[in-house]
Write a protein that binds this ligand. Structure first.
Ligand code: SF4
Length: 399
């Protein structure tokens, strides 16, 4: 058993007792686990970043140990696979949505699970709430398929190697992936997606196997004209520990670019101040603030969603406070596989039903994609209509 990771309710109870967590809150946390789409796995490093004197409002506790009392019913238009990745899967774990970009899922696992995970349909073990759709093919078969696919689609110049979290794959697995693709001349950028610079930054420190592997491949890829970068995921300044900073500064000094993506989460980072503080800390950790995502319409994570206007307002409030190259792009990843669009790029907003209409020409010339605000922002009788009619098609009589 890895002593640095908590994986059972009993272990968590022992930890909460040590932290002297109030018994009502403790029950709320334990009941919240039964409702979570993600199985229980959390590193001590993450637990120790939580302010246990103020756990109710703590932005880290909210993401990983949501309370039963925080959950809200999902929007009728929410989906477990909200981005329709399964529909865009060309072979096991290989998702091709954009003409020139590819997503490779290396593993189904992460060192800690985020309760709002967009990929909850496949990531983590099964939970009481959700049975997962697992990667079907063996790892080496998937890597072979990846190489074949890249060779037969020379227009693909960018690949994101994700999961789960690449840090949950062994260094030998990452080695296998990178050595398999390094000679593909049509690639220009390779991105390693990980949240482990938060979960367990020790494994990215100099002289570790992972650090040595990434820096070695970074130089090799560079000599081939390919940028190998890390795509990390910090949502709040409190997540960036001194060890995280030591790791990111060392990677940066070894020539590895690190870009951050943030998910806008209600009550976690849904304010001007929280985003501003995060950007400052990212910059001072040699991490480029890259994206802030509007929270996806994923089932069972409704309490994390804000209105799209909240996202737009925060974006506007930050413009001018940082040089443009340090200002993240505020993005909505459109439900049903419409891809990423700037939050400003909607064609129409129906404020009665809280529906934004987007087009996404890179994905489809004629299709309209809808992003819906949480029902709590709408009038009570409109909320009732949504609950009765259940879908966009019924709301707009599209059938
Ligand atoms: S690290 Fe990423 S893939 Fe893993 S649970 Fe969190 S959001 Fe999901």
């Amino acid at each position: 058993m890895n002593k640095d990771v908590i994986k059972t309710v009993d272990q968590l109870k022992v930890y909460l007792n040590t932290m002297k967590v109030d018994s009502d809150l403790k029950s709320d946390i334990i009941e919240g686990l039964a409702q979570n789409s993600m199985s229980l796995t959390i590193t001590h490093h993450v637990l120790n970043l939580i302010d246990w004197n103020n756990p109710s409002t703590d932005p880290i506790r909210k993401q990983f140990l949501p309370l039963h009392s925080e959950y809200l019913p999902s929007h009728p238009q929410s989906r477990i696979d909200s981005l329709s990745e399964k529909k865009q899967e060309v072979s096991s774990g290989l998702i091709h949505r954009y003409p020139n970009k590819l997503l490779f899922l290396s593993t189904n696992y992460c060192p800690t699970y985020c309760a709002f995970c967009t990929r909850s349909y496949t990531v983590s073990n099964d939970t009481e709430f959700l049975k997962k759709s697992k990667l079907e093919e063996a790892f080496k078969t998937r890597v072979n398929n990846l190489v074949k696919y890249l060779k037969s689609n020379p227009n693909i110049s960018d690949i994101v190697i994700s999961g789960g979290d690449i840090a949950s794959a062994s260094t030998s697995m990452i080695d296998i992936i990178l050595s398999a693709i390094i000679n593909i001349q049509t690639l220009k950028t390779v991105r390693l997606a990980t949240r482990t610079l938060l979960f367990n930054p020790d494994i990215f420190l100099p002289k570790t196997q992972l650090f040595e592997l990434i820096t070695k491949y970074s130089s090799r890829f560079k000599s081939q004209g390919i940028e190998l970068s890390i795509q990390c995921h910090f949502n709040h300044a409190n997540e960036i520990s001194t060890t995280s900073q030591e790791a990111t500064n060392s990677l940066f000094n070894s020539g590895v670019k690190i870009r951050n993506q943030t998910v806008l989460l209600n009550g976690v980072n849904s304010s001007h101040e929280a985003q501003k503080e995060l950007i400052h800390k990212l910059i001072s950790s040699n991490i480029e603030p890259y994206y802030v995502y509007q929270m996806d319409m994923v089932t069972n994570a409704e309490h994390f969603r804000t209105s799209l206007k909240t996202c737009i307002d925060i974006s506007k409030s930050l413009t001018g406070l940082f040089p443009g190259f340090h200002l993240p792009r505020f993005i909505v990843d459109l439900p049903f596989g419409g891809g990423k669009r700037s939050v400003y790029e909607y064609d129409f907003y129906d404020d009665k039903y809280g529906v934004y209409w987007f087009r996404s020409p890179a994905i489809s010339d004629d299709k309209i994609y809808f992003y819906c605000d949480p029902l709590k922002y709408l009038n009570a009788h409109i909320q009732e209509q949504w609950i009765r009619k259940k879908s966009i098609s019924a709301i707009y009589n599209l059938d």
